[in-house]
Design a protein around this ligand. Structure first.
Ligand SMILES: Nc1ncnc2c1ncn2[C@@H]1O[C@H](COP(=O)(O)OP(=O)(O)OP(=O)(O)O)[C@@H](O)[C@H]1O
Ligand SMILES: [Mg+2]
Length: 577
């Protein structure tokens, strides 16, 4: 609003100039001029030249000042819009489920949060300002020009409808091509991101040249699309120039009117100056339309993100988790029509340990993901403390159910901050306790700055087994009542794995709070890790194939017993540490 007022002030001042010039010429020629006198309006003498010169000077100076003010205000609008929309989109992404992120690649999301936001900023700042400016200049100039002489004005304005028509035609093309450019940019960002992340793999397979060729293709595609967008935008520029034709027509028709005595020379000068003043807003129209269309295209890409509804929604039960897990005919679809886990019945009391084993793809992770609410879960089949998992408040559930995946993700931060990620207020004693519990003591001592060592991209690279134990320690520090270990010690030797599971069984050594042992769901490819479990389920193709305690399963002589035999032989041969 403030910006619009500044624009209005700018234009009032600058649009007064041609009339003043007209009055100046009238003074020189000794005529009176046709339009009303601005000088007379302000009580200045109309038969002298100096008030005209002074007034033009004042208008030009104030007009320039007001233009600067209008730009500052209106461009800020664009930046505010950009910041708010980016914040809102970022926050919205945090509500979407892991499944949604598996379907969308990081590169595309990054380009939406960066370059699309730039287009939207230009829409909210540049385009808004110039659209307002063009509207004001046109609304003010047209009546004045028509009042001077209808015939001359009509002729001079004749090319303008053509310009509007041309603008409309280009608009649609610009919109479509912008979406294509942004999509190509997303594809390029994805390639860059994946190649940087997968550097080691690319090198190990000597695929640098092939990747470069393939990157070149993506790069070329972006270039092609960008050029085709630039072409569409360029086509409009000369159409905008048609306005200049109007000035020529005005001079021709105006000259005739002067000879016929209908107009003074000053009037013709004013008329053609006003047409020149229409020139920039006219040219800007092309730019505005292209910026608006690019902004709209980017806005539509952001709306696609904002329209995505989380498929895992919050429930209302918000209280500390006690840790009783019960599956009643649990059947989980991992993708439409693809069942990852079928008809599972199991109950685990607080402090008990459930071992989950089975081949790759048997459905082990699916069970843990359903409980951690990373996958949509049908109602009435999975309960935590007797409450359907769907009814739990996500924050309460995540606080009470800790999940440790096989792939540990650490942030580029100090080891201590990584450990305390879920509990920034953890005391030193608590941190030391989890370090011991997860058998990290020796590793920490060996690091150059102990717990204060930077790890990750900017610091020391931890080994796979170290990372896994840090991720486990991080989960334990949050004191969950239920801990889900998804083969998260696969890179740790089997004895240490068994020791850690046994230590977890005895409970967390935490200062204050609930120190009862947590409920443990342990997925492992090594049976030694689940040997002490209260119950072990052997999954196969998403179904329970065998179940019981370690001893019962051995007595059964089935798949589990076979695996155990193989594991024992490997150990005897020294193949398994
Ligand atoms: N997003 C998905 N889309 C399609 N299929 C999936 C998806 N996630 C999992 N699956 C399939 O569901 C089945 C169970 O997968 P799950 O991850 O539970 O296996 P797992 O027992 O944990 O295997 P592993 O020992 O390799 O970790 C597999 O056949 C897998 O391919
Ligand atoms: Mg798995």
């Amino acid at each position: 609003m403030q910006g619009a007022l500044w624009l209005l002030a700018t234009n009032t001042l600058l649009l007064a100039v041609p009339r003043l010039v007209n009055e100046g010429i009238a003074v020189v020629e000794g005529t009176t001029g046709r339009g009303g006198s601005l000088l007379a309006l302000f009580g200045l003498p109309t038969d002298r030249l100096w008030p005209v010169v002074a007034a033009i000077g004042v208008c030009a100076l104030l007009g320039a000042g007001a233009r600067v003010a209008s730009r500052v205000v209106l461009f800020n609008v664009g930046r505010d819009v950009e910041r708010e929309l980016r914040g809102e989109t970022f926050a919205h992404l945090a509500t979407l489920s892991p499944g949604w992120f598996r379907e969308h690649n990081v590169g595309d999301l990054m380009s939406r949060l960066t370059s699309d936001m730039t287009n939207i900023r230009l829409l909210g700042g540049f385009a808004l300002m110039n659209a307002l400016n063009t509207a004001i200049v046109f609304a003010a100039t047209l009546p004045i020009v028509l009042a001077l002489d209808v015939q001359v004005a009509a002729l001079a304005l004749a090319p303008f409808p053509l310009v509007i028509l041309g603008a409309q035609l280009t608009a649609r093309v610009v919109f479509k091509r912008t979406r294509e450019v942004q999509a190509a940019l997303g594809a390029l960002t994805t390639r860059v991101q994946e190649n940087l992340a997968g550097q080691a793999v690319v090198r190990a397979f000597s695929r640098e040249a092939a990747e470069e060729t393939s990157f070149d293709g993506t790069n070329q595609e972006l270039r092609r699309r960008s050029l085709s967008l630039a072409l569409a935008r360029m086509v409009f520029a000369p159409i905008g120039g048609l306005g200049a034709l109007g000035v020529a027509l005005a001079l021709y028709a105006g000259g005739a009117a002067v000879l016929a005595g209908r107009l003074d020379v000053g009037d013709v000068v004013e008329l053609s100056t006003r047409l020149v003043q229409l020139g920039w807003p006219m040219m800007a129209l092309g730019l505005i339309i292209s910026v608006i269309q690019r902004g709209r295209a980017s806005l539509s890409r952001i709306h696609e993100l904002l329209r995505a509804r989380p498929d895992i929604v919050d429930g209302t039960v918000d209280r500390p988790v006690q840790g009783v897990v019960e599956a009643n005919g649990l059947t989980v679809e991992v993708a439409p029509g693809k069942v990852g886990l079928a008809d599972l019945h199991v109950k685990v009391e607080r402090g008990r340990v459930l071992g989950i084993v089975g081949k790759n793809g048997a459905g082990k992770s699916t069970l843990l993901r359903a409980l951690a609410r990373q996958l949509p879960c049908p109602r009435g089949q999975l309960a935590l403390d007797g409450v359907d998992v769907n009814d739990w408040h996500l924050r309460a559930l995540h606080a009470g159910v800790g999940v440790v995946p096989e792939e540990a993700f650490l942030f580029s931060d100090t080891l201590r901050d990584n450990l305390a990620f879920g509990r920034p207020d953890a005391t030193d004693a608590e941190i030391e306790a989890v370090v011991d519990l997860c058998d990290l003591r020796r590793d920490v001592t060996a690091l150059p700055a102990g717990l204060a060592t930077l790890v990750g991209e900017r610091g020391v690279t931890l080994s796979g087994g170290q990372k896994q134990r840090v991720a486990l320690a991080r989960a334990i520090l949050s004191r969950p009542a239920v801990l889900l270990l998804d083969d998260c010690l696969s890179a740790v030797d089997s004895e240490t794995e068994a020791n850690i599971v046994a230590a977890l069984r005895r409970g967390f050594v935490t200062a204050g709070g609930d120190t009862r042992p947590p409920t443990l769901l342990v997925v492992s490819h090594r049976l030694s890790a689940v040997r002490e479990a209260d119950e072990v389920i052997v999954l196969d193709g998403g179904r329970v194939a065998e179940r019981g305690t370690h001893d019962q399963l051995l007595a059964l002589g089935g798949h589990y017993a076979q695996l155990w035999g193989r594991e024992q032989r490997r150990r005897a041969l020294g193949a398994e540490p």
